[in-house]
Ligand binder design. Sequence first.
Ligand SMILES: NC(=O)c1ccc[n+]([C@@H]2O[C@H](COP(=O)([O-])OP(=O)(O)OC[C@H]3O[C@@H](n4cnc5c(N)ncnc54)[C@H](O)[C@@H]3O)[C@@H](O)[C@H]2O)c1
Length: 269
Amino acid sequence: MGLLDGRVAVITGAGRGIGRACALTFVREGARVVINDVDLEPLAEARAECEAIRADSATTHVGSVAKGADTDDLMRTAVEAFGQLDILINNAGVTRDKMCHLLSDEWWDLVIDVNLRGTFNCIRSASPYLRDVAKGEIERDGQPRWNRKVVNFFSTAAIRGNPGQISYTAAKMGNVGITRTVAQEWARFGINVNAVAPGFTNTRLTQSKARGGEMGVPEEQRQATLKKIPMGRFGEPEDIANAVLFFASPLSDYITGQTINVSGGMQIP
Ligand SMILES: NC(=O)c1ccc[n+]([C@@H]2O[C@H](COP(=O)([O-])OP(=O)(O)OC[C@H]3O[C@@H](n4cnc5c(N)ncnc54)[C@H](O)[C@@H]3O)[C@@H](O)[C@H]2O)c1
């Protein structure tokens, strides 16, 4: 018996990092997963890892959460491949860090489009399969088949503010607003909407980067951050996936509109 037996989950940005860890965790708990990313190669690796846990547990979708046509296609893919959609994990994210006075329109738009608009696009595209299906079940049977789940992503860096990340922090706190709003809109349909804020977690986003690189964090900043984490280590993608699993599973059926930090005890104001 797994916590997600019989469930179908869409996980965006699942080719790497936290999204891939969520996919593997979910498959171990009995779910079938549709894993999305913009990059084909890591996505194929992630799928092979899912299939190694259980045959026919995963299908892939290549497309950008920033485009509504792609997210419509993503949700359709889930229903065509597996017949239903129960869980949406809005994990896809990017950074393009610059101090406010140096940030271009192009980088502002990219970060907002992926991290914030992407969450909206996916929720709207999923609504026929989450909200409308649950509504039909309530009208027919008096209750939904089971609680359906949306898990959004924000960031401890966004809660406290982070020099060089004006667009990223704005987008991530926007996801808190989306979470609280959709939680209230969809509670009556038995759909839980919650959000996870990873602390500093070992992925491509936080790898050590040279000055001027597109993604990553300068090594001196990584070391300064490590000193602020009482547990004495950075997070691993699996640490975050376990919190996401809680919000995706029946264990959280009476919790909605909430946020949780997964940060090794780092104090966030
Ligand atoms: N790593 C951290 O310390 C940390 C901290 C706070 C929040 N987060 C958030 O966690 C989530 C996962 O990040 P990660 O650290 O695993 O990063 P990652 O770079 O390892 O993985 C993110 C994945 O998203 C994909 N992606 C990027 N743009 C996309 C798009 N338009 N459509 C679909 N997929 C897209 C990437 O190709 C990549 O595979 C993100 O929302 C990120 O902002 C991470």
